[in-house]
Design a protein around this ligand. Sequence first.
Ligand SMILES: Nc1ncnc2c1ncn2[C@@H]1O[C@H](COP(=O)(O)OP(=O)(O)OP(=O)(O)O)[C@@H](O)[C@H]1O
Ligand SMILES: [Mg+2]
Length: 327
Amino acid sequence: MTTALPLPLLSVRGLSKSFVHRNWCGRVIRHIPAVADVGFDVARGRTLGLVGESGCGKSTTGRLVLRLIEADAGDVRFDGVDIRAAAPARMRTLRRDMQLIFQDPYSSLNPRLTIGGLIEEGLIVHGVRNRGEREDRVAAVLRRVGIRPEYMGRYPNEFSGGQRQRIGIARALVLRPRLIVADEPVSALDVSVQAQVLNLLAEIQEEFGLTAVFIAHDMAVVEHVSEEIAVMYRGRIVERGRTEEVIADPLHPYTRALLDSVPSLRPRAPRRARPARDDTDGERGGGGCPFRARCDLRMPICRMVPPNTEVRPGRVVACHLHQGQAG
Ligand SMILES: Nc1ncnc2c1ncn2[C@@H]1O[C@H](COP(=O)(O)OP(=O)(O)OP(=O)(O)O)[C@@H](O)[C@H]1O
Ligand SMILES: [Mg+2]
């Protein structure tokens, strides 16, 4: 007898989104495929780390998952509910369950509102009418993130970067969400403060049984917080799997290049691909493997987009080198 696997809290398939770039007089210059055929699952209480260099489509993926922007194609299921088809009333409840933590604690908090007002906003929007209850919940959540509730009447500019990010976390947490998308939550902070905020996020996640998508461009940050990693390059997920496996045995040449740029993760790793470098050749999404122009191991077949190959259960790579190795 087979036991049915529990349904992942978040399941994404074939997610795609292009942006239209126009010139000054409004003529369409080109379509930028920001996210192309992205798919992953996140089990309940787990964290998926979404990693890749600037502009590869991480934030767009996060926003599509939360339906803050509309996808061109694909399927996003939250606890089995197809969120792209959800009616406005259903979407309102879903919005409470799925919260975003922003990258920049400076620009993401409205400077004209007190921090108490900022955190309370979500409670008002989601219909918590009793003022006393709202105040109690704001005080409790502030205390939980390490900010004294007496500071409720102060403004964001009276706090440091780390404290503001704690306030951002409190704002997401006060609605008691089930899923958090944390978009580079520590990359704008001083290194000395990053670890404290990461620890806070980890504690909160454990305490509240939160499921999370954690976005970062730095593999070392993702490694600390996620059980699984998905590596993105030019809008596509090129490799995903359990964190230890991806780090110990990266299969995609781009994952190797990313890891080689973090010596602490792979002290004795042989350098098998060129380190990541900026390039403008090999147009984005212009057919074939997205990494082709930068890959030392490219072959003629790389002119075709490599299919996702599941080499082991849960271990997926999109590279022609691994095609036919499905396990
Ligand atoms: N609203 C938009 N309009 C037009 N193009 C956009 C828009 N948002 C994103 N893009 C483009 O889509 C691509 C992916 O952007 P995205 O912000 O998702 O990348 P990212 O991986 O989050 O990068 P970063 O690490 O710099 O935050 C980029 O080429 C970007 O210029
Ligand atoms: Mg981003």
